[in-house]
Structures are given as structure tokens and as C-alpha cells.
Ligand binder design. Structure first.
Ligand code: SF4
Length: 443
């Protein structure tokens, strides 16, 4: 930890560690603020508690059936950062090509530095298939990503999630029972959902965001639907509108709304489906008239971004380029200069030839890494509070060291396996997605 007082917008661009920033705040070395001082302690302190842990999702309700992580052995809980770093490197060197480590853009720096591939969920889904010789795929992301890797990898390959408590609060907002119930209610209004009309169009095409369970992807596959990511959402919606009268889009209402709006779908033809209300809280007429039915889900990281933050950035940094993720609310996307997936954000910054100030509306680990990678630019997170994705943050280096050293010892821990009853249709939905080409920015 640096002894120099740090502020979020003046932190040396060479230090991409969000953990260092949080430790500095908690120790008083920085005057910045964090959404939870509990972020400074080991995530194992929260493994047995029924919640997502400290961070951006801590206010969300965790499903009762969400996986729980058993206690991490003391040798890993008590090891220093330097010791863990050395142990991870040694275990990886011993395992060689037997293991591939995947790291999501939102993962903490101390873990990402050990990844063989770093990317968004779409890119990592592809990376999971690129190393068929590896016995194990260690996925430093969240639960649905590990499930997707299991679906796309060879059956003999073990996909490992270093901390089972690394779920995704957005994905958990649509469970399979709720979606099945929704489908039945839609059939009550729209009639037989499996039979095309005279024009060859089905009443509803289900589209699920990559950020959903394998069970949901399986549902989509069984009902003629498709998976999308933030990179290809527009292409996928075009695919769906060629096959159906309307789309049921879940779990992220914001990605669905932002993408459909950019395609010209009027807001009054995008009713919300709240799974806790009869008919989702809509009327039969609204469902019948709809083009996109939006599930009442959201990302607690991207929901933190506001138009006020954008106004403040513009006032304090004349000429700033504001670029946000399409999981942000519509007003934020509308107020930004650009919106797009993490890959679009990275490419936009990488393509800037003149020194530029960027205010970025996405998870802070990625923003900090970009700031370190491009010191010629001023890059800062729109949210002034240091508040990482709490579920991604559950993958502390201690868990990575534990799963890798277990592999060295011949033991596979924390394997994620999708049941065969789900795997077939879920893979169909994913393969439809992989065939779709990324469209780029939504705005
Ligand atoms: S950033 Fe949001 S959508 Fe992504 S893993 Fe975290 S909670 Fe889920």
C-alpha cells in the first residue's frame, strides 16, 4: 500500500489495484470513499453469511439456493499478498498447459495478472474453447460464466470457480421457476406460444442475456430463443424479430431497453415484467401490444451511475468524453457521449490518438486498469465511490492459489458442472449466439 495519500482521480495511473485504493481509504491514507469498509477484509469472512458480501450488490436479495463456499484453509487466509502471488505463479508453472486461467475484466488486479486470457463474458466464452488440451479451466469470473465455459468446453475438462460464492446478483434476479411461470402467463394472453402465425412468426422469442443461469439458457434453447451479450444484443434482437412478434428479454431490463430503443422500438411498447406481480404487473392489452417485454432485473454496479455524475464530469472536465455500459439506466446512456460493451469501451479508449479525458461508467477494476494502461489519457470512473462488483470481488488471490495448488496435488475443487438435462438446449442457445457477430455500440 502506498503511504502517499491517494485520491481517485489523482491516483498514480501506474497502480491499477482497486484493493490498494480500498486499503488506503480504510487506513485513512486516502480521502476517497468506499461503499463498504468491509471490502478491506478477506471475502472468507462472508462465505458463510447469506448475502453477496460487501460491494455494489450487498443490498440485493440472494436466492436461498445460491451456492455457498466452504471455509478457505487458514494457510491461504493468512498468507501475505506476496506469498499468494508467488504460490500462484509456482502452481501455474508446475501445471503448465494442463491448466488455463480466465480472468474477467471486472476481476481484481491481483487475480487478473495471473490470467492467460482476459476479456468480457463473450470473449472468455470463446477462450474456453480455444484450449481443448487443458485438463482444467479456472474461471476467475462469476458462476454463470463458469457454467457457460462448462457448456462450451470438452466433457473431460473441469471448469473451476475459485469461490463458489461468486455469483451474479443480476443473473439471480431471474430464476427458472419464475421464467417458466412467466411463460405460462404469456400463453394465457397470447395463445399457443410454440405455433407460428400465418406470417411464420412466433408470438414470443425468449432472449436471455449471457448473465443468466444455465437453466435459463436451457429454457431459451427449448423455446426457439437465443443468448446475447452486451456486444451483440442488437444483432440478437434483429435475429429474434425475424422469427417472432415480440421478445421476452431477461434478466437485464436496461440492456434490453437501451438496445431496443436504439433500434426504434417505442418505450410504450416495452412493458416491464415483475415476476412478483400477476402478469408481471402489466395488462393483457400491454402484453398484446408489446414488442419487447423487459424482465425486472438490473446490475447493481451499473445502476450506480447517474445523470448528475455525468453533469458533474462535464462541468469539471470541459471536453470530457463520457462512455458508459448499456447495463446503465436509459437516462444515463442518453446523457453519455457513447455507450457500449466493455470491449467497445476499451477499443474507444485505445483508439484515441490525442490525450483525452474519459469519464467511464462501468466497473471500477476495468476503469483502473485502463487508466494504468493509457497514462497519456485522464481516465476516471463516473462513480466517485470505490464500489467494485461485490460478487466478482469474492475471487481473492487466496482462492486462486487454493484451487491451483489443489490441482497440483491431484484434487479438483469447486468444479462447476451443468446437468445434462440442461446442457443440450442451453448449448443450442449459446451456439446461436456465437454465430451472431458483435454489432458494436448501442448508441
Ligand atoms: S458487474 Fe453486474 S452483471 Fe456483472 S457480475 Fe457483477 S453484478 Fe453481475
Amino acid at each position: 500500500m502506498s503511504a502517499t495519500p491517494l485520491t481517485l482521480q489523482s491516483r498514480p495511473a501506474t497502480d491499477p489495484s482497486v484493493d490498494h485504493a480500498i486499503q488506503a481509504i480504510v487506513s485513512g491514507a486516502s480521502t476517497d470513499s468506499t461503499c463498504s469498509t468491509d471490502l478491506a477484509v478477506g471475502p472468507w469472512d462472508f462465505d458463510t453469511r447469506p448475502g453477496y458480501g460487501p460491494g455494489s450488490s450487498m443490498g440485493d436479495v440472494i436466492p436461498t439456493g445460491a451456492p455457498r463456499q466452504g471455509e478457505l484453509p487458514a494457510a491461504y487466509r493468512e498468507a501475505s499478498d506476496e506469498e499468494l502471488d508467488a504460490r500462484i505463479r509456482a502452481a501455474k508453472a508446475t501445471l503448465g498447459d494442463r491448466v488455463v486461467v480466465l480472468g474477467h475484466f471486472y476481476q481484481r488486479e491481483e487475480v487478473v495478472r495471473h490470467a492467460d486470457y482476459v476479456g468480457d463474458s463473450f470473449q472468455l466464452a470463446g477462450a474456453a474453447t480455444s484450449r481443448p488440451e487443458a485438463e482444467a479451466i479456472v474461471f476467475c469470473g462469476v458462476h454463470f460464466m463458469a457454467e457457460t465455459a462448462d457448456l462450451l468446453s470438452r466433457p473431460e475438462q473441469a471448469v473451476i470457480l475459485p469461490n463458489l460464492a461468486a455469483g451474479c446478483s443480476m443473473a439471480d434476479m431471474a430464476d427458472i421457476d419464475q421464467v417458466e411461470e412467466c411463460w405460462e402467463q404469456l400463453a394465457d394472453v397470447l395463445g399457443d406460444l410454440e405455433t407460428p402465425d400465418a406470417a411464420g412468426l412466433l408470438p414470443v422469442i425468449p432472449v436471455t442475456y449471457m448473465n443468466s443461469s444455465a437453466a435459463i439458457k436451457g429454457f431459451v434453447g427449448r423455446h426457439g430463443g437465443i443468448v446475447c451479450t452486451s456486444s451483440n444484443a442488437r444483432t440478437v434482437l434483429e435475429w429474434a424479430f425475424e422469427r417472432g412478434r415480440r421478445v421476452l428479454f431477461f434478466p437485464d431490463q436496461h440492456l434490453g431497453r437501451n438496445t431496443a430503443k436504439a433500434m426504434g422500438v417505442p418505450l410504450d411498447r416495452m412493458p416491464m415484467w415483475n415476476p412478483r406481480k400477476p402478469l408481471g404487473g402489466s395488462s393483457p392489452e400491454a402484453i398484446d401490444d408489446s414488442r419487447v417485454i423487459l424482465w425486472h432485473g438490473f446490475c447493481s454496479v451499473h445502476r450506480r451511475f447517474t445523470v448528475d455524475q455525468i453533469d458533474k464530469a462535464r462541468a469539471e472536465h470541459p471536453g470530457v468524453r463520457v462512455i458508459v455500459h448499456p447495463e446503465c439506466p436509459m437516462e444515463v446512456v442518453d446523457a453519455a457521449d457513447e455507450a457500449g460493451s466493455t470491449d467497445v469501451i476499451r477499443k474507444a479508449i485505445g483508439a484515441a490518438t490525442e490525450p483525452t479525458t474519459f469519464a467511464v461508467g462501468t466497473e471500477i477494476n476495468l476503469v483502473q486498469r485502463l487508466a494504468a494502461q493509457y497514462p497519456q489519457h485522464e481516465i476516471f470512473c463516473l462513480d466517485p465511490v470505490v464500489c467494485p462488483c461485490s460478487t466478482m470481488y469474492r475471487i481473492h488471490p487466496g482462492y486462486l492459489a487454493w484451487v491451483l495448488e489443489s490441482l497440483v496435488a491431484g484434487e479438483v475443487v469447486n468444479r462447476i458442472t451443468v446437468p445434462s438435462s440442461v446442457a443440450g438446449p442451453a448449448t443450442v442457445a449459446l451456439e446461436r449466439m456465437l454465430a451472431a457477430q458483435p454489432h458494436g455500440a448501442v448508441k
